[in-house]
Design a protein around this ligand. Sequence first.
Ligand code: ADP
Length: 273
Amino acid sequence: MTDIICSQQRVEECVIKEEPYYVPVGNEVEVFRAAYENKLPVSLKGPTGCGKTRFIEYMAYHLGRPLITISCHEDLTANDLIGRFLIKGESTEWNDGPLTAALKSGAICYLDEFVEARMDTRVVIHPLTDDRRIMPIEKLGIVLQAPPEFMLAISYNPGYQSVLKDLKQSTRQRFVSIDFDYPPAELETTIVAHESGVDEDTARTLVDIGHRIRNFKQHGLEEGVSTRLLIYAGMLINSGIEPREACRVAMIKPITDDNDLQKSIDEIISAIM
Ligand code: ADP
């Protein structure tokens, strides 16, 4: 006997009930809304910790759709996304995967760090991302048609790409693409103050340090310090950690293991704080 488990309960848990705090940086809200209205899939491109996830939560809330987020990794299989039969006692039950659940319920499905997914997993979304908007489920012998409310969004960090982990043009050219970067200094200051609880002056200093660290990208730093890390530093300061130490543990150590680079960045912080 085969049962199709109703995934409604899981999806209901993915409804965002309170407006997430998000400060728009450019026209991303309008572009995303227009893409949604035209049933177009969207890719959010940008470095880690710059606001992509918070943005999609904000949009899901304002569009009134549940948000199902899937963190992609190299062990993620197509069946993990679509679903599988599970043995239960004498019988087997079909379990919807998160992509199927999102599709059935007209949710926004967000595939975070999509380049981390294996090639065969990436291909699963192809028929969903053209005007067919369908998903065949071979094991059930059915083809699901996405309802108008369903939307697919992916994120990736162009900075991390290698030949192995690049997105093929056949995948890329299925998405409207929105670029993300660290917010401009004034906005980032407001965000850091709001999210960490430090005062505006302290937030401004953290953002200033952040900008200087980001300049080290020209000197061998793989990636600049994220807005997320600036917020962490602010939180530690707010909890009584000495500011320089907070910057060291939240803004220097996480981003590089290179002792020389750490020292150079430390000098900058000491000069400012
Ligand atoms: P990403 O998904 O790009 O890795 P996140 O969305 O998790 O990054 O952003 C990290 C944190 O930075 C968020 O939790 C949020 O506190 C803050 N943040 C970044 N950009 C914004 C923004 N424009 N408005 C509000 N908060 C932001």
